[in-house]
Design a protein around this ligand. Structure first.
Ligand code: ADP
Ligand code: MG
Length: 234
């Protein structure tokens, strides 16, 4: 896949196949194109070249329904992106009601189940502004799960959090991974990458420089740029 902004080629040929149940962790320096890559995957950005195949369907060569695609491929952002004027319950039930046409009761049941699961059952009537960053991010994950996605994309989900809240969000992500959720995770949390990642991708300058099993890449990086990056973050 390729992506150009104006004259700048930001993604310079990314070729990646993610299997069902894989947890692919993407690392790399700031500006290397990690967010652009995730945003292209669910067509928040239109790729300039190449193709994306998801659930057996080519996304760029076919007419398809963007809403349907995003129901099947959820995304969790660094800044949570919750709707501030809506309660937690409404944040979670909005998409299932509007896109899946679920009744308020059916969507509510799903939302309450998810809230129990992430330990926030008592927050259904709260507003995002009343929650901590870690709670907001867990709600954002629940909101994505409410659509029963086949895959979840995470763009630095813990980078905006105070350190003491990182663990609670990573714990939810670990549980999802253990349940077999297919995930692509951009993160600087090397512990998570090592423990949960089935594959580690090092991106730099809009290309995949190196990839492999996380423990292997950490212990024995092959490329000088990977070595340099890891020496700064490990
Ligand atoms: P990363 O997430 O790895 O930090 P990004 O994907 O955010 O990197 O950005 C990669 C490069 O693409 C940066 O140089 C950034 O300035 C550029 N870029 C990202 N989005 C846009 C955009 N909408 N318009 C122009 N340039 C962009
Ligand atoms: Mg980014």
């Amino acid at each position: 896949m390729r992506k150009t902004f104006g004259k700048n080629e930001i993604l310079r040929g990314i070729d990646l196949e993610v299997g069902k149940g894989e947890v692919v962790v993407v690392i790399g320096p700031s500006g290397s194109g990690k967010s652009t890559f995730l945003r292209c995957l669910n067509l928040l950005e239109q790729p300039s070249g190449g193709d994306i195949e998801f659930e057996g369907v080519s996304l760029l060569n076919n007419k398809h329904n963007l809403d349907q695609l995003r129901q099947r491929m959820g995304m969790v952002f660094q800044q949570f992106n919750l709707f501030p004027h809506m309660t937690i319950l409404d944040n979670i039930t909005l998409a299932p009601r509007k896109l899946k046409k679920l009744s308020a009761a059916a969507a509510g049941d799903i939302a309450h189940g998810l809230l129990r699961r992430i330990g926030l059952a008592d927050k259904a009537g709260s507003y995002p502004g009343q929650l901590s960053g870690g709670q907001k991010q867990r709600i954002a994950i629940a909101r994505a799960l409410a659509m029963s996605p086949a895959a979840l994309l995470f763009d630095e989900p813990t980078s905006a959090l105070d350190p003491e809240m990182v663990g609670e969000v990573l714990d939810v992500m670990k549980e999802l991974a253990a349940e077999g959720m297919t995930m692509v995770v951009v993160t600087h949390e090397m512990g998570f990458a090592k423990e949960v990642g089935t594959r580690l991708i090092f991106m730099d300058g809009g290309v995949i420089v190196e990839q492999g099993k996380p423990a292997d890449v950490f212990a024995n990086p092959q490329h000088p740029r990977t070595k340099e990056f890891l020496s700064k973050v490990l």
